[in-house]
Write a protein that binds this ligand. Structure first.
Ligand SMILES: [Zn+2]
Length: 494
């Protein structure tokens, strides 16, 4: 032990001396390296007829209202490259993202651990998942293969566009579209669950109902954003992050990128990104919005919106806030980049004997006799049955990215807002945000406290992993953040 540390210390002293002797080049290296960036967009719209899976029942796609995209940014600090890709999809499994990373790594040399691939969570895209969220797939559908190759293409194309660039970031609040959708209510008839029990918290309670008590969690009004320009101030890309689930209001059967797609188009106009070459890429990523939507539960239905109107209104509002804040940000000619990943083992929840007994009764009841107490009992009976082949444990991918004094956390779940707020609070970086549904899609991630209160997001079949998962995920991400922060400059490792 002592010998080892003596050896290590001697090596450090030697390195320091070499550095002193060679001090001009050592100090000059960082200054001489050029910061570069590139961005690109690849169309990932599926063929019609594939299943849209945002609602309780999948429906075949009959029309494309607006095209779906994989939107990519590649950054390069001269030593380290990082790729961030947002895909218009409700949730892409780890296996498909891994296939995309493998292809992109072969084509570009960027380490797989330095690629953050995530879904926006539009509810009006067709499925990119297999039958289970926790059993890893080995065979891919045509659309999954297509999607992986388009994600890989978009990274290659962004890399091809690399040019000397400057980067800045900022934040601004937009609280008006955010409402926590989980409520304490004083009426047990509103609190039944498909497992034959009573919860304490209800998701999406009836609006302006007299039994509404208070929301069960916070909202995070912060829009964080990163802006990239060429050295002559031509806009290259903007990546924003907002903690709002999705907006919706589409025609049945239509494919749409929801407000994430509108944001991309509106911010392009607002930042003078139209008719630029290479084309400007606007991106909106989903923050931590597993329990937040834009329904004001304290008020009765307001005016009726036309289809696609509300999502445009929200996108316009978010883009306007970003445009205002964008005027204040400071651009840097060079910042250090870094990325770190960890695979965290988590136990999978198993159905209890009581659950199995309950669903046995549900499935054996005569079809026409309506004995159903909860409208989703059959759906959960099927989901619970599907868990019989699930493993006892899964390893979930966690990732952190560093861009100067900005930290980005990546979590492969529909993450609760309080988790995002905790990471912002405890992160060692000056600014921090979280991208959810990143590098995988393993269902909802309620905190241990929210698990105790029950409600849709905590039900087995909506959530799959152990009830303490959030605590373990936050502590792993904070460790990764600290390691990234402590590293003077990261070395690329695959
Ligand atoms: Zn959702």
């Amino acid at each position: 032990m002592i010998k080892d540390s003596f050896k290590r210390n001697s090596v450090l002293v030697l390195l320091f001396l070499i550095c002193l002797v060679a001090s001009p080049p050592c100090l000059a290296t960082e200054k001489q390296t050029v910061f570069k960036a590139g961005a690109a967009t690849s169309n990932i719209t599926p063929p019609l007829g594939q299943l849209i899976v945002g609602g309780w029942k999948p429906i075949p796609a009959t029309q494309v209202h607006d095209e779906l995209h994989a939107r990519s940014i590649v950054l390069d600090d001269g030593k380290t490259q990082v790729a961030i890709v947002l895909c218009d999809n409700v949730g892409i499994p780890e296996s498909v993202f891994d296939l995309a990373k493998e292809q992109a790594h072969k084509a570009t040399g960027i380490p797989k651990s330095h690629m953050l691939l995530a879904s926006t969570h539009t509810h009006s895209a067709t499925t990119a998942r297999g039958p289970s969220k926790v059993i890893r797939e080995t065979e891919f559908t045509e659309y999954q293969k297509f999607l992986a190759s388009r994600i890989s293409d978009s990274i290659q194309r962004a890399l091809y566009q690399l040019e000397p660039a400057r980067i800045g970031w900022g934040k601004v609040d937009e609280p008006s579209e955010l409402h926590n959708r989980r409520w304490f209510v004083n009426d047990t008839s509103l609190l039944t669950n498909p497992f034959g029990g009573i919860d304490r918290v209800r998701m999406n309670p009836p609006r302006a109902h007299k039994a509404l008590d208070r929301p069960a969690g916070p909202t995070d009004p912060e829009i964080s954003f990163i802006s990239i320009q060429s050295l002559d101030q031509r806009p290259i890309a903007l990546l924003a992050n907002y903690s709002l689930h999705y907006v919706g209001g589409v025609r049945s059967g239509e494919i749409s990128a929801d407000y994430f797609g509108y944001f991309a188009r509106i911010i392009t106009k607002k930042l003078n990104g139209e008719n630029q070459h290479p084309p400007f890429v606007g991106i909106l990523s989903n923050g931590t919005s597993g329990d937040v939507n834009n329904i004001n539960f304290t008020q009765k239905n307001g005016r009726r919106y036309k289809q696609y109107e509300k999502m445009q209104e929200v996108a316009e509002k978010v883009a306007s806030r970003v445009q205002e804040a964008h005027q204040q940000i400071k651009f840097h000619d060079w910042v250090p980049l870094g990325a770190m990943t960890a695979n965290l083992p988590l136990k999978l929840r198993k159905p209890t004997p009581e659950m199995l007994e309950h669903f046995e009764k549900v499935t054996s009841a005569p079809k026409n006799k309506s004995r159903t107490r909860h409208s989703r009992e059959e759906i959960y009976a099927e989901r619970i049955a599907g868990l019989k082949d699930a493993p006892d444990e899964i390893k979930i991918p966690l990732q952190t990215i560093r861009i100067g004094d900005l930290g980005i956390a990546a979590i492969p779940f529909e993450t609760f807002t309080e988790t995002g707020l905790e990471l912002k609070d405890r992160s060692p970086f000056a600014e921090t945000f979280t991208i959810e549904l990143a590098n995988g899609s393993f269902g909802y991630l309620p905190t241990p406290e929210q698990h105790r209160w029950g409600g849709y997001e905590t039900w087995l079949g909506t959530n799959y992993v152990e009830k303490d998962a959030t605590t373990k995920i936050v502590s792993t991400l904070l460790k990764l953040f600290h390691s990234l922060k402590d590293k003077q400059s990261s070395t690329q490792k695959n």
